[in-house]
Design a protein around this ligand. Structure first.
Ligand SMILES: [Zn+2]
Length: 397
């Protein structure tokens, strides 16, 4: 879009991050949304008008609340991210970011890089060529703990406080903590908690004092109570893994609902790719049961893919995560809210991202058909705009 000019984007339908209406028009100036109209008003006289037609949908760019840009989504992703050179990882991250953006994902939260490389990426690549990146840097983990190879090992009060402060000083937006083990790390057990609840609370308090949000990775049923007590802004995975499967604890879910904590549910798998890790594949029915109950509870949900960690999760996996939520009972309107306005709130970007309203960044997606009628419409992309710039490759009509 031309700098200084007002652009009017018109379509038969508008989803503003909360509700659908239309026909409508979004006015964009200098990378920001200046106005949104669903009353049928005519464009301003001097505006440059693009009319996408009566079937088109205008919506906020999508938000993936959990990605790993430095991970290359191969069977060797762990080896690549732990031993690859800086420039190789930056290349991976640059490609991953561009891929996500083409998929209509205009904001990502990176919850685990190595050597703070997503911050370098953010400095090196102009905003219009990548999504907005909310960055955690290396996750804080125990010695030899889950994803220790990313460089975020810290234990004990002094080291943990220093780790939080280092992330704030470097310019991270969020502190990610591995509260239980995980599936990607040899020797790590997803069934075990990694930190004492007092340590978790100290990390959260220090991060909040410094103006950062917080995210806790947790699979183990035994670790989820401590994560809720600590007051994390988002809880990742929330799978309630047990030795035999996965068993939801309703008392803990009730607390999450009461406190309004965001659950970042992990979904999305590209068909025809190698299966998930055996520990997860064996539990799939139980995991789906947990997710179904979580969604039915009314808890605040955001959508995370874990894009990059394995072949089933390449950096264009996001639409499959939306489909996965719909399959376990989430209405399409709620899925879209989770992927836009709710995610923005969870990431500390309320009002700036995930909404079409005056003052928000002009990150927009134009679809050729209704995502409310069929969520797979999010792959029927007519155009992507990032900070008001039309992304080449999806030409407007
Ligand atoms: Zn992850």
């Amino acid at each position: 879009m031309t700098q200084g000019a007002i652009h009017a984007l018109r379509a038969g339908h508008v989803f503003d991050g909360r509700q659908a209406a239309g026909p409508g028009m979004v006015l964009v100036e200098d990378g920001r949304i200046q106005d949104v109209d669903v009353t049928g008003a005519a464009p301003p006289e001097h505006a440059v008008v693009t009319d996408f037609g009566p079937d088109a949908w205008l919506l906020p760019g999508l938000i993936d609340a959990h990605v790993h840009l430095c991970w290359d989504a191969t069977t060797d992703a762990v080896a690549h991210v732990s031993t690859g050179g800086t420039s190789a990882l930056l290349d991976t991250a640059r490609t991953a970011a561009a891929t996500a953006l083409r998929t209509g994902v205009t904001t990502v939260r990176d919850l685990g890089d190595r050597d703070y490389l997503t911050l370098a990426l953010r400095d090196q690549v102009p905003p219009t060529e990548r999504p907005e990146i909310v960055a955690a840097g290396p996750p804080i983990t125990t010695r030899g703990g889950h994803c220790h190879f990313l460089g975020g090992e810290a234990e004990g009060t002094d080291a943990l406080l220093a780790a939080v402060r280092e992330r704030a000083e470097r310019g991270c937006d969020v502190v990610k903590v591995m509260a239980s083990g995980g599936n990607m790390t040899p020797g790590s057990n997803p069934l075990h908690q990694q930190y004492h609840p007092d340590d978790l609370r100290m990390i959260v308090d220090e991060a909040h004092r410094l103006g950062l949000t917080t995210a806790a990775h947790v699979h183990a049923a035994e670790a989820i109570g401590g994560v809720i007590d600590a007051g994390f802004d988002t809880i990742e995975h929330f799978t309630f893994l047990t030795p035999d499967g996965a068993t939801l604890r309703h008392d803990l879910l009730d607390r999450v609902v009461e406190e309004g904590t965001f659950l970042s549910l992990t979904g999305g798998w590209v068909p025809g790719t190698p299966p998930p890790p055996p520990a997860m594949a064996a539990r799939m029915d139980a995991l789906i049961d947990v997710m179904t109950k979580v969604i039915a509870s009314g808890a605040r949900i955001v959508v995370g893919t874990d894009a990059g960690i394995e072949p089933g999760k390449p950096h264009h996996v996001f639409p499959y995560a939306l489909a996965a939520l719909a399959q376990v009972g989430m209405p399409a309107l709620d899925v879209l809210r989770s992927a836009t306005s709710e995610a923005a709130a969870a990431l500390g970007l309320a009002g700036r991202k995930g909404v079409l309203r005056p003052g928000a960044d002009a990150d927009l997606l134009v679809l050729g058909s209704s995502p409310l009628a069929d969520l797979s419409a999010v792959t029927d992309i007519t155009a992507v705009y990032r900070a008001g710039h039309w992304l080449p490759g999806n030409p407007p009509h």
